[in-house]
Write a protein that binds this ligand. Structure first.
Ligand code: BDR
Ligand code: CA
Length: 309
Protein backbone atom coordinates (compact mmCIF):
# COMPACT_ATOMS: atom_id res chain seq x y z
CA UNK A 1 0.00 0.00 0.00
CA UNK A 2 1.40 3.44 -0.86
CA UNK A 3 1.99 5.85 1.96
CA UNK A 4 -0.30 8.84 2.56
CA UNK A 5 1.54 12.11 1.83
CA UNK A 6 0.88 14.67 4.57
CA UNK A 7 1.87 18.17 5.63
CA UNK A 8 1.60 18.91 9.34
CA UNK A 9 0.89 22.54 10.19
CA UNK A 10 1.46 22.98 13.93
CA UNK A 11 2.22 25.25 16.90
CA UNK A 12 4.26 23.06 19.31
CA UNK A 13 2.93 22.79 21.99
CA UNK A 14 3.16 19.52 23.97
CA UNK A 15 0.44 17.69 22.05
CA UNK A 16 1.67 19.05 18.70
CA UNK A 17 5.13 17.63 19.50
CA UNK A 18 3.64 14.18 20.20
CA UNK A 19 1.55 14.47 17.02
CA UNK A 20 4.75 15.08 15.01
CA UNK A 21 6.37 12.02 16.55
CA UNK A 22 3.36 9.80 15.84
CA UNK A 23 3.33 10.95 12.21
CA UNK A 24 7.06 10.37 11.72
CA UNK A 25 6.83 6.93 13.32
CA UNK A 26 3.97 5.74 11.16
CA UNK A 27 4.79 3.49 8.19
CA UNK A 28 1.45 4.64 6.70
CA UNK A 29 2.44 8.32 6.47
CA UNK A 30 4.94 10.21 4.36
CA UNK A 31 5.58 13.56 6.09
CA UNK A 32 6.41 15.86 3.16
CA UNK A 33 6.80 19.05 5.24
CA UNK A 34 6.19 20.57 8.65
CA UNK A 35 4.91 24.12 8.71
CA UNK A 36 4.69 26.20 11.85
CA UNK A 37 2.27 28.85 13.05
CA UNK A 38 1.97 31.07 16.12
CA UNK A 39 -0.60 29.83 18.63
CA UNK A 40 0.39 28.05 21.81
CA UNK A 41 3.31 30.45 21.90
CA UNK A 42 4.85 33.11 19.64
CA UNK A 43 6.10 31.96 16.24
CA UNK A 44 9.74 32.25 17.28
CA UNK A 45 9.09 29.77 20.10
CA UNK A 46 6.80 27.35 18.23
CA UNK A 47 9.33 27.21 15.37
CA UNK A 48 12.20 26.55 17.75
CA UNK A 49 10.15 23.84 19.48
CA UNK A 50 9.32 22.10 16.20
CA UNK A 51 13.00 22.17 15.21
CA UNK A 52 14.08 20.85 18.62
CA UNK A 53 11.64 17.94 18.63
CA UNK A 54 12.40 16.97 15.03
CA UNK A 55 16.17 17.25 15.64
CA UNK A 56 15.83 15.10 18.77
CA UNK A 57 14.63 12.19 16.64
CA UNK A 58 16.94 12.92 13.70
CA UNK A 59 14.08 13.74 11.31
CA UNK A 60 15.07 15.13 7.92
CA UNK A 61 12.09 17.15 6.80
CA UNK A 62 11.55 20.69 5.55
CA UNK A 63 10.36 22.90 8.42
CA UNK A 64 8.99 26.29 7.43
CA UNK A 65 7.94 29.25 9.55
CA UNK A 66 4.53 30.72 8.85
CA UNK A 67 2.27 33.39 10.28
CA UNK A 68 3.38 35.22 13.42
CA UNK A 69 -0.17 36.40 14.04
CA UNK A 70 -3.74 35.60 13.01
CA UNK A 71 -5.16 37.06 9.78
CA UNK A 72 -6.90 40.04 11.39
CA UNK A 73 -6.75 39.72 15.18
CA UNK A 74 -4.00 40.05 17.76
CA UNK A 75 -2.40 36.74 18.80
CA UNK A 76 -3.65 34.86 21.88
CA UNK A 77 -1.12 32.40 23.35
CA UNK A 78 -1.48 29.61 25.93
CA UNK A 79 1.43 29.75 28.42
CA UNK A 80 -0.97 28.41 31.11
CA UNK A 81 -1.01 25.08 29.27
CA UNK A 82 2.36 24.93 27.53
CA UNK A 83 4.63 27.11 29.71
CA UNK A 84 6.87 30.04 28.82
CA UNK A 85 8.77 28.14 26.14
CA UNK A 86 5.62 26.58 24.70
CA UNK A 87 7.19 23.19 25.44
CA UNK A 88 8.08 23.31 29.14
CA UNK A 89 9.15 20.08 30.85
CA UNK A 90 11.90 18.11 29.10
CA UNK A 91 15.29 19.73 28.51
CA UNK A 92 15.93 19.29 24.81
CA UNK A 93 19.28 20.07 23.15
CA UNK A 94 19.42 23.02 20.74
CA UNK A 95 18.14 22.06 17.29
CA UNK A 96 20.48 20.79 14.60
CA UNK A 97 17.77 21.12 11.94
CA UNK A 98 17.60 24.56 10.29
CA UNK A 99 14.38 26.27 9.19
CA UNK A 100 13.62 26.37 5.48
CA UNK A 101 14.36 29.65 3.64
CA UNK A 102 10.82 29.34 2.28
CA UNK A 103 7.71 30.46 4.15
CA UNK A 104 5.08 28.00 5.38
CA UNK A 105 2.60 29.28 2.80
CA UNK A 106 5.12 28.86 -0.04
CA UNK A 107 5.90 25.34 1.14
CA UNK A 108 2.24 24.30 1.44
CA UNK A 109 1.46 25.64 -2.05
CA UNK A 110 4.56 24.17 -3.67
CA UNK A 111 4.39 20.74 -2.03
CA UNK A 112 0.69 20.36 -2.82
CA UNK A 113 1.08 21.56 -6.42
CA UNK A 114 4.04 19.30 -7.15
CA UNK A 115 2.71 16.15 -5.52
CA UNK A 116 1.87 13.21 -7.76
CA UNK A 117 -0.62 12.04 -5.12
CA UNK A 118 -3.21 14.21 -3.37
CA UNK A 119 -1.89 15.62 -0.08
CA UNK A 120 -3.62 15.39 3.30
CA UNK A 121 -3.14 18.47 5.47
CA UNK A 122 -3.06 17.96 9.23
CA UNK A 123 -3.37 21.34 10.97
CA UNK A 124 -2.96 21.17 14.74
CA UNK A 125 -2.81 24.88 15.48
CA UNK A 126 -4.69 28.02 14.41
CA UNK A 127 -5.59 27.81 10.72
CA UNK A 128 -3.76 30.99 9.59
CA UNK A 129 -1.16 29.32 7.31
CA UNK A 130 -3.66 26.96 5.71
CA UNK A 131 -6.17 29.74 5.05
CA UNK A 132 -3.49 31.98 3.54
CA UNK A 133 -2.35 29.17 1.23
CA UNK A 134 -5.93 28.49 0.09
CA UNK A 135 -6.52 32.22 -0.54
CA UNK A 136 -3.28 32.76 -2.45
CA UNK A 137 -3.45 29.57 -4.50
CA UNK A 138 -7.03 28.27 -4.77
CA UNK A 139 -5.85 25.83 -7.45
CA UNK A 140 -4.23 23.67 -4.72
CA UNK A 141 -7.69 22.63 -3.47
CA UNK A 142 -7.88 20.15 -6.34
CA UNK A 143 -4.76 18.36 -5.09
CA UNK A 144 -5.72 18.26 -1.39
CA UNK A 145 -7.19 14.91 -0.40
CA UNK A 146 -8.58 16.17 2.89
CA UNK A 147 -7.88 18.53 5.78
CA UNK A 148 -7.94 16.55 9.02
CA UNK A 149 -7.67 19.22 11.65
CA UNK A 150 -7.58 19.40 15.42
CA UNK A 151 -9.94 22.17 16.35
CA UNK A 152 -13.46 23.11 17.26
CA UNK A 153 -16.17 21.44 19.28
CA UNK A 154 -19.72 20.49 18.39
CA UNK A 155 -20.64 20.90 22.05
CA UNK A 156 -18.48 22.63 24.68
CA UNK A 157 -15.43 24.87 24.16
CA UNK A 158 -12.25 25.02 26.23
CA UNK A 159 -10.93 28.58 25.86
CA UNK A 160 -14.39 30.09 26.15
CA UNK A 161 -17.61 28.23 26.94
CA UNK A 162 -18.27 28.20 23.18
CA UNK A 163 -14.90 28.03 21.48
CA UNK A 164 -11.91 25.73 21.23
CA UNK A 165 -8.46 27.40 21.30
CA UNK A 166 -7.25 26.80 17.70
CA UNK A 167 -10.44 28.14 16.15
CA UNK A 168 -10.76 30.99 18.65
CA UNK A 169 -7.24 32.28 17.92
CA UNK A 170 -8.02 32.77 14.22
CA UNK A 171 -11.74 32.43 13.47
CA UNK A 172 -11.44 34.27 10.14
CA UNK A 173 -8.86 31.73 8.97
CA UNK A 174 -11.10 28.92 10.20
CA UNK A 175 -14.00 30.39 8.22
CA UNK A 176 -11.88 30.38 5.04
CA UNK A 177 -10.87 26.75 5.59
CA UNK A 178 -14.31 25.46 6.59
CA UNK A 179 -15.98 27.14 3.61
CA UNK A 180 -13.25 26.12 1.12
CA UNK A 181 -15.05 23.09 -0.30
CA UNK A 182 -12.09 20.84 0.57
CA UNK A 183 -13.17 17.67 2.47
CA UNK A 184 -12.63 18.28 6.19
CA UNK A 185 -12.50 16.02 9.22
CA UNK A 186 -12.96 18.00 12.43
CA UNK A 187 -11.18 16.32 15.31
CA UNK A 188 -12.58 18.53 18.03
CA UNK A 189 -12.94 18.51 21.80
CA UNK A 190 -15.93 16.14 21.54
CA UNK A 191 -13.39 13.37 20.90
CA UNK A 192 -10.09 14.74 22.16
CA UNK A 193 -11.52 15.14 25.67
CA UNK A 194 -12.13 11.39 25.58
CA UNK A 195 -8.64 10.64 24.20
CA UNK A 196 -7.10 10.81 27.66
CA UNK A 197 -3.67 9.65 28.70
CA UNK A 198 -3.60 8.60 32.38
CA UNK A 199 -0.86 8.59 35.02
CA UNK A 200 -0.42 4.84 34.54
CA UNK A 201 0.17 5.38 30.80
CA UNK A 202 2.85 7.95 31.60
CA UNK A 203 4.44 5.48 34.02
CA UNK A 204 4.43 2.82 31.26
CA UNK A 205 6.12 5.27 28.87
CA UNK A 206 8.86 5.83 31.46
CA UNK A 207 9.23 2.10 32.02
CA UNK A 208 9.91 1.56 28.30
CA UNK A 209 13.39 2.89 28.97
CA UNK A 210 13.60 4.56 25.59
CA UNK A 211 14.92 8.06 25.03
CA UNK A 212 11.94 9.34 23.01
CA UNK A 213 9.31 7.64 25.18
CA UNK A 214 10.93 9.24 28.24
CA UNK A 215 10.87 12.68 26.60
CA UNK A 216 7.18 12.21 25.77
CA UNK A 217 6.52 11.19 29.39
CA UNK A 218 8.24 14.37 30.56
CA UNK A 219 6.09 16.41 28.17
CA UNK A 220 3.00 14.71 29.57
CA UNK A 221 4.08 15.27 33.19
CA UNK A 222 4.05 19.01 32.51
CA UNK A 223 0.90 18.93 30.34
CA UNK A 224 -0.98 16.98 33.05
CA UNK A 225 -0.48 19.67 35.67
CA UNK A 226 -2.77 22.10 33.84
CA UNK A 227 -5.47 19.53 33.18
CA UNK A 228 -5.48 18.27 36.78
CA UNK A 229 -6.30 21.81 37.91
CA UNK A 230 -9.43 21.65 35.77
CA UNK A 231 -10.49 18.27 37.16
CA UNK A 232 -9.48 16.10 34.19
CA UNK A 233 -8.70 12.47 35.15
CA UNK A 234 -6.03 12.41 32.44
CA UNK A 235 -4.59 14.66 29.75
CA UNK A 236 -6.40 15.03 26.44
CA UNK A 237 -4.08 14.19 23.55
CA UNK A 238 -5.74 16.63 21.15
CA UNK A 239 -3.30 16.91 18.26
CA UNK A 240 -2.03 13.31 18.13
CA UNK A 241 -5.64 12.20 17.61
CA UNK A 242 -5.78 14.13 14.31
CA UNK A 243 -2.68 12.25 13.15
CA UNK A 244 -4.14 8.94 14.35
CA UNK A 245 -7.32 9.68 12.39
CA UNK A 246 -5.31 9.89 9.16
CA UNK A 247 -3.36 6.70 9.91
CA UNK A 248 -6.48 4.76 10.99
CA UNK A 249 -9.74 6.59 10.24
CA UNK A 250 -11.67 3.85 12.13
CA UNK A 251 -10.30 5.23 15.41
CA UNK A 252 -13.05 7.88 15.10
CA UNK A 253 -16.77 7.77 14.45
CA UNK A 254 -17.82 10.79 12.39
CA UNK A 255 -20.99 12.34 10.99
CA UNK A 256 -21.11 14.42 7.82
CA UNK A 257 -22.74 17.68 8.94
CA UNK A 258 -22.94 21.39 8.07
CA UNK A 259 -20.46 23.45 10.11
CA UNK A 260 -19.88 27.21 10.05
CA UNK A 261 -17.59 29.40 12.13
CA UNK A 262 -18.91 32.19 14.34
CA UNK A 263 -16.73 35.26 13.73
CA UNK A 264 -18.90 38.03 15.16
CA UNK A 265 -20.39 36.67 18.37
CA UNK A 266 -20.52 38.64 21.58
CA UNK A 267 -19.84 35.52 23.67
CA UNK A 268 -19.47 32.88 20.99
CA UNK A 269 -16.70 34.02 18.62
CA UNK A 270 -14.67 31.03 17.44
CA UNK A 271 -17.50 28.57 17.86
CA UNK A 272 -17.78 25.78 15.29
CA UNK A 273 -21.55 25.84 14.82
CA UNK A 274 -22.68 22.31 13.93
CA UNK A 275 -26.15 21.83 12.43
CA UNK A 276 -27.10 18.36 13.72
CA UNK A 277 -30.76 18.56 12.69
CA UNK A 278 -30.38 20.23 9.28
CA UNK A 279 -32.37 23.25 10.44
CA UNK A 280 -30.26 25.72 8.43
CA UNK A 281 -30.67 23.92 5.12
CA UNK A 282 -26.90 24.21 4.58
CA UNK A 283 -25.05 21.43 2.79
CA UNK A 284 -22.92 19.16 5.00
CA UNK A 285 -19.26 20.20 4.62
CA UNK A 286 -17.45 18.53 7.52
CA UNK A 287 -16.99 15.03 8.93
CA UNK A 288 -17.43 15.83 12.60
CA UNK A 289 -15.76 13.34 14.96
CA UNK A 290 -18.14 12.34 17.73
CA UNK A 291 -16.71 9.12 19.19
CA UNK A 292 -13.19 7.77 19.64
CA UNK A 293 -11.79 4.30 20.31
CA UNK A 294 -9.59 5.52 23.14
CA UNK A 295 -7.90 2.19 23.82
CA UNK A 296 -6.87 1.76 20.18
CA UNK A 297 -5.62 5.34 20.08
CA UNK A 298 -3.44 4.88 23.16
CA UNK A 299 -2.16 1.60 21.69
CA UNK A 300 -1.16 3.59 18.58
CA UNK A 301 0.79 6.02 20.77
CA UNK A 302 2.76 3.13 22.29
CA UNK A 303 3.35 1.57 18.85
CA UNK A 304 4.79 4.90 17.71
CA UNK A 305 7.11 5.00 20.74
CA UNK A 306 8.43 1.52 19.89
CA UNK A 307 9.59 2.97 16.57
CA UNK A 308 12.20 5.23 18.22
CA UNK A 309 15.23 4.03 20.23
C1 BDR B 1 -5.53 22.79 21.04
O1 BDR B 1 -5.01 23.99 21.57
C2 BDR B 1 -3.64 23.85 21.87
O2 BDR B 1 -3.35 24.29 23.17
C3 BDR B 1 -3.31 22.39 21.68
O3 BDR B 1 -2.00 22.25 21.11
C4 BDR B 1 -4.37 21.88 20.75
O4 BDR B 1 -3.98 22.02 19.39
C5 BDR B 1 -6.58 22.23 21.99
O5 BDR B 1 -7.61 23.14 22.18
CA1 CA C 1 -1.73 22.58 18.76
Amino acid sequence: MSRIPVIIDCDPGHDDAIALLMALASPRLDVRAVTVVAGNQTLEKTLNNALKVLSFVGAEVEVAAGAAQPLVRPLTIAPEVHGESGLDGPILPPPTLKPSPRSAVEVIIDVVRKSDQKITLIPTGPLTNVAAALLLAPDIKANIERITLMGGAAYVGNWTPSAEFNILVDPEAAHIVFSSGVPITMVGLDVTHKALVYEEDIARLKAMNRRVARMVAELLDFFSQFHKRFGFKGSPLHDPLAVAAVIEPQVLTTRHLPVVIETKGEYTTGRTVVDFYGVTGMKPNVDVALEVDRDRFIAMLFEAMEHFD
